[in-house]
Design a protein around this ligand. Structure first.
Ligand SMILES: *[C@@H]1O[C@H](CO)[C@@H](O)[C@H](O)[C@H]1NC(C)=O
Ligand SMILES: *[C@@H]1O[C@H](CO)[C@@H](O)[C@H](O)[C@H]1NC(C)=O
Ligand SMILES: *[C@@H]1O[C@H](CO)[C@@H](O)[C@H](O)[C@H]1NC(C)=O
Ligand SMILES: *[C@@H]1O[C@H](CO)[C@@H](O)[C@H](O)[C@H]1NC(C)=O
Ligand SMILES: *[C@@H]1O[C@H](CO)[C@@H](O)[C@H](O)[C@H]1NC(C)=O
Length: 736
């Protein structure tokens, strides 16, 4: 067991005083109350205006309308024509979320001293004199480690009506240093709905409303059905957008005409103010009351969207994803580039890295910025892409995104340079309140980073295990995909499609081999036999293209197993698998007398029970993994009763809880990650990929495991996670 460094702890001012001699008096505080006064003045004027405009009234106009209701409508006109301004930062005395009674905090030994009070960053000075601070100030020693603020902009599956304050995800994401999120509804609707900004701490949300729109594959796939509903093509999507905006614009014009007439006298209008709930959101877009966020990937979508915004004259606050935006200054997300951030920046655009929880784990958002830096984005721009840039896009640029007096006290102290691979927070403050009582701190090795990427060369050959590489070109385009075989057992080799863009990308990132099985139901599920092949091959007839036609036998026992025909429950799925294996034991030694039989599920399971092929099960829950271990014991006992000696080679793919202690997310929440615990227990462990795009990151992931392994892994060990160990798990020969 390893001794961890004493965690950075809090102390009192009294404890700190003897450690700091003679403070220099050098307090330079700037206070700008002006802005607050200005706001107060405009508020008073607005009240005066609205109050004087409500004159005394007879009840009903000549057109038979209630005057009181018309007056309310007229007040609505005022609101319709007032543009909200971004919330102020400097000038606030207290954060609206400050909880009375929380003591102030002084962070020392960062680049400068930072003083947090009333939920705000109050002072940032080289050395803040202690006698200028209240007695109850908590002191935190950052021990010279880097300090930043950090927030994210990310699409998520639900907007505020679906917000779950108790969701553990929020804690996990925060443990990656993320303090604020823009949460958008899913990207399946062309016009997604209202998004919201949330801080990862208890307290009311405080932000501007955002509207989210989507283009491209997601919306035409999820909602499109020819002749029935939704767009089924990009032309259809454009038409839907334009029709919606046209209707909203027409209603907005009628509102404006109504307001103009009513202002001249309530007797002039023949109806109440026209409103339609359906178009409220889009009208707010056209009036500039909300910020528009879009999810677009491809050139045609991005350009079409810019066209709509010009036609209907509304600004777009941010394009999310925009994988191909880097091609615009000169098909869907599959032509991404690690260099996109650099290229966009060089074209004068501001890149912002988003997570796409759960697709890109928001806990690891900082890794996206770190990679961008490694792939050429200057340091300050990469850091800004997760701090100031998203804050400005949210309209919260004078409150969030900087460590500066007047800003919200959202601060992260990191265990290493935040843009080094695998950097983890050691403490996180949100609104001035420290979020962790006993955070886990990693001891980082002096020498960092296994893989040097800047010039684009990786040193090792990696094997991608568990993806759909070789079995599809574009995941979300069914026609390019091998499909999901559900209950029909098939062989990956029969569906191999080579020379795809994805495989070419894999090759560029050092992934020279892949082992892929057909899909069971959705992405990240497996069923049938996997094929091992060279990612650089053009067809499977090339010399040596296919290394193992049947590398392992796969089943999936995650929640999707319950959705397939004969196995409506997990217990049924386990029991069916046990029976199939026991049948194979019964048939052990039977020679297969016909060719087609030799490629059947039964024939492959016979090879499994004699230890000739690995049984690879995709499962995540600790309970299912425990059940599988009993199945393995039952089958081995049956083999022993036949007087034979063979062991089942059981491999778990996924295994987020394989250590049987539920998911380990790493520092600062948990002492170890799953990889750590498994390696220490002597379990052969490899890093696979759930989704194909991760293929570029295999090297980066090995580096993170190395950096955060506190010396438990050497370079060779880290590389083995994405090469040798895959073969050991499956009992296949390790390539040279
Ligand atoms: C600050 O950090 C330095 C080393 O970085 C350490 O020597 C010192 O004890 C720390 N604490 C204070 C209060 O200066
Ligand atoms: C956001 O929306 C809510 C309700 O839809 C509204 O009450 C609030 O004023 C809006 N805030 C801003 C800043 O537009
Ligand atoms: C492989 O793909 C490249 C384009 O990426 C293409 O030029 C080439 O003709 C393809 N080869 C074969 C045999 O299809
Ligand atoms: C070959 O094996 C399959 C599967 O067991 C069986 O259905 C089929 O009838 C057999 N064919 C012959 C010609 O024996
Ligand atoms: C790396 O670690 C492994 C086991 O932990 C050990 O067998 C191997 O010798 C080490 N390699 C180097 C180069 O230190």
């Amino acid at each position: 067991m390893k001794n961890h460094p004493a965690p950075s702890r809090f102390m009192s001012l009294e404890e700190l005083r003897p450690l700091r001699r003679r403070p220099r008096r050098r307090s330079r505080e700037l206070r700008a109350l002006g802005l607050a006064c200005l706001l107060l003045i405009s508020y008073v004027q607005w009240r005066l205006y609205t109050e004087t405009s409500s004159s005394r009234s007879p009840d009903i106009t000549a057109h038979g309308l209630f005057i009181a209701r018309l007056e309310e409508d007229l007040e609505t006109c005022t609101k319709l024509h007032t543009k909200p301004t971004d919330p102020i930062g400097l000038g606030r005395e207290k954060s609206a979320r400050y909880v009375d009674g929380k003591p102030p905090t002084l962070i020392i030994n960062a680049t400068a001293d930072v003083y947090l009070q009333h939920g705000l960053i109050k002072r940032l000075e080289e050395r803040i004199p202690l006698d200028s601070l209240p007695k109850d100030t908590l002191v935190y020693d950052a021990k010279g480690r880097p300090l930043t603020t950090f927030l994210r902009h990310h699409p998520y599956v639900r907007a505020i009506d679906g917000f779950q304050p108790t969701d553990r995800q929020i804690q996990v994401i925060k443990s990656g240093g993320v303090t604020t999120s823009l949460v958008l509804p899913g990207s399946s609707n062309n016009i997604g709905g209202e998004a919201y900004v949330v801080k990862h701490a208890v307290g009311a949300t405080d932000g501007r409303n955002e509207t989210s729109m989507a283009c491209g594959e997601n919306s035409k796939h999820v909602h499109g059905k020819a002749g029935e509903r939704g767009p089924t093509s990009r032309l259809g999507e454009s038409w839907e957008f334009r029709r919606a905006f046209e209707r909203a614009a027409a209603l907005m014009r009628r509102q404006d005409e109504w307001c103009a007439a009513a202002r001249l006298g309530l007797g002039n209008v023949e109806t109440y103010l026209p409103v339609e709930l359906e178009w409220e959101g889009l009208i707010a877009v056209l009036r500039g009351h909300v910020h528009v966020n879009t999810h677009c990937y491809t050139i045609n979508d991005l350009e079409a969207f810019v066209d709509h915004s010009n036609e209907f004259r509304f600004p777009v606050r941010a394009f999310h994803h925009a994988h191909q935006a880097f091609l615009v200054p000169e098909a869907e997300a599959y032509i991404g580039s690690e260099y996109a951030g650099k290229i966009l920046y060089e074209q004068g655009l501001t890149p912002i890295y988003v997570s796409d929880n759960p697709v890109i784990n928001a806990q690891h958002l900082i890794l996206e910025a770190a990679k961008a830096h490694r792939y050429g984005l200057p340091y300050h721009v990469a850091l800004a892409s997760v701090t100031t840039a998203p804050a400005e896009r949210l309209g919260l640029g004078s409150r969030l995104g900087k460590v500066k007096p007047g800003f919200d006290a959202d601060v992260v102290v990191w265990d290493s340079d935040p843009l080094s691979l695998g950097a983890s927070p050691v403490q996180v403050w949100i609104d001035g309140v420290a979020q962790y009582e006993n955070p886990v701190e990693l001891e980082k090795p002096v020498k960092r980073c296994v893989i040097s990427i800047p010039d684009g060369h990786l040193t090792a050959a990696f094997t991608a295990f568990g993806s759909g590489l070789g079995l599809n070109e574009i995941e979300s385009e069914g026609v390019t995909d091998n499909g999901a075989d559900g209950t029909i057992f098939s062989r990956g080799v029969d569906g191999l499609a080579l020379n795809t863009t994805k495989l070419q990308v894999a090759g560029r990132y050092g992934v020279t081999r892949a082992i892929s099985a057909p899909r069971f139901i959705g992405p990240g599920t497996h069923h049938g036999t996997s094929v091992e092949f060279l990612t650089g091959a053009v067809t499977q007839l090339d010399q040596g293209a296919v290394i193992h036609r049947d590398a392992a036998v796969h089943y999936t026992l995650d929640l999707s197993a319950k959705r397939v025909g004969s196995t409506p429950s997990m217990s049924a799925a386990i029991s069916v698998l046990r029976d199939k294996l026991l049948d194979a034991v019964d048939a052990m030694g039977e020679q297969s007398s016909n060719r087609s039989e030799r490629k059947s599920e039964g024939a492959f399971l016979r090879r499994v029970v004699i230890g000739d092929l690995a049984l690879a099960i995709t499962a995540h829950s600790a309970d299912i993994i425990a059940s599988l271990l009993t199945v393995k014991a039952d089958v081995e006992a049956a083999i022993a009763r036949l007087g034979r000696d063979s062991k089942l080679r059981l491999t778990i793919i996924g295994g987020a809880e394989a250590h049987l202690r539920r998911a380990l997310t790493g520092a600062p929440l948990t002492e170890h990650t799953a990889v750590d615990v498994l390696l220490r227990a002597g379990v052969t462990t490899a890093l696979g990929l759930e989704e194909d795009w991760v293929v570029r990151d295999l090297g980066v992931l090995a580096s993170v495991a190395f950096n955060n392994g506190e010396g438990r892994l050497n370079e060779t060990g880290a590389f083995d996670l994405v090469s040798r160990n895959v073969y050991e798990l499956l009992g296949l020969p390790v390539p040279d």
